[in-house]
Design a protein around this ligand. Structure first.
Ligand code: CP
Length: 294
């Protein structure tokens, strides 16, 4: 791989190879690059998991990290993303992990003949979140050892979710049956191409994976009359709904979780929850991604 900017660009074979390599890293495999590699993590939007698990992955791989804080950089003097990345490339950085609010911000970077470093997308607006998608796929594969025929629900703030965008495409392509649920105003009919929209009460006893999405208040223009209690009751995973899930079904959420909104707070660490495992798998998945682009 030269870059990793969207999952659509990956073949099924490449996806499976990254998932399997992440599994090997989890079991202790090591990567020894022939020469010292350098990474910079450019986070223009807030992040805990993606930022810190890329950092952990870089450290585990022996990659040197060039510290970069947007707030103390020349971005504050008006320097563009393009010129910032061009500068990092000129300094000798091998890979830039970037999270940015603009959708498809990466297009001019990967089209540039002046920029040679690898670009890894850590999330672009409401566009894509490929490393999250791959860690989600790794977590599902670890659990079931397949995607074919699995019933996966993606529930919640679908229109604003880059996680949903990446996951619905890849899960369908890998043979899973995708279902959607959540407020109708956060459902785009274009999603019909990838799955079936149903009320959460119908999905709870049906699916193998219940993937909940964070309500992204920061991307909503109006949420003054949003009621957490009403959302949980109508669209969230309550303990009552959880008890109707199939015996082997699992709960996932990319996090951060709004406890008692997308799911009842007590379910975050319940037996069938894989939310903490997703975060751990994030480190190994990102090791596999970094190795692949380097
Ligand atoms: N899941 C995820 O992307 O979390 P962060 O925003 O904390 O990176």
């Amino acid at each position: 791989l030269e870059n990793l900017v969207s999952v659509e660009a990956l073949s099924n074979k490449e996806v499976m190879s990254l998932i399997k390599r992440a599994g090997e890293f989890k079991k202790g495999a090591v990567y020894a690059p022939p020469e010292q590699k350098y990474a910079v993590n450019l986070f223009f939007e807030n992040s805990t998991r993606t930022h810190k698990s890329f950092e952990m992955a870089e450290k585990k791989l022996g990659i040197d990290i060039i510290d970069f804080e947007v707030s103390t950089s020349s971005v504050n003097k008006g320097e563009t993303l393009y010129d910032t990345v061009l500068t990092m490339d000129a300094l000798g950085v091998d890979v830039a992990v970037i999270r940015h609010g603009d959708e498809a911000y990466y297009e001019e970077l990967i089209a540039s003949t002046g920029i040679k470093l690898a670009v890894v997308n850590g999330g672009d607006g409401s566009g894509q979140h490929p490393s999250q998608c791959l860690l989600d796929l790794m977590t599902i594969y670890e659990e079931f050892g397949r995607f074919e025929g699995l019933k996966v629900a993606i529930v919640g703030d679908l229109t604003h979710s880059r996680v949903a965008n990446s996951n619905m495409q890849m899960l369908k392509r890998l043979g899973a049956e995708v279902y959607f649920s959540g407020p109708e105003e956060w459902y785009d009919p274009a999603f019909d191409e990838f799955g079936t929209y149903l009320p959460i009460d119908e999905l709870a006893p049906l699916v193998d994976v219940m993937m909940l999405l964070r309500v992204q208040h920061e991307r909503h223009e109006y949420y003054g009359n949003f009621s957490k209690e009403k959302y949980l009751a109508m669209h969230g995973l309550t303990e009552e709904r959880e008890q109707k899930m199939k015996e082997m079904a699992i709960i996932m959420h990319p996090a951060p979780v709004n406890r008692d909104v997308e799911l009842q707070g007590t379910l975050v660490e319940c037996e069938r929850s894989r939310i903490v495992q997703q975060m751990t798998n994030g480190v190994y998945t990102r090791m596999a991604i970094l190795e692949a682009v380097l």
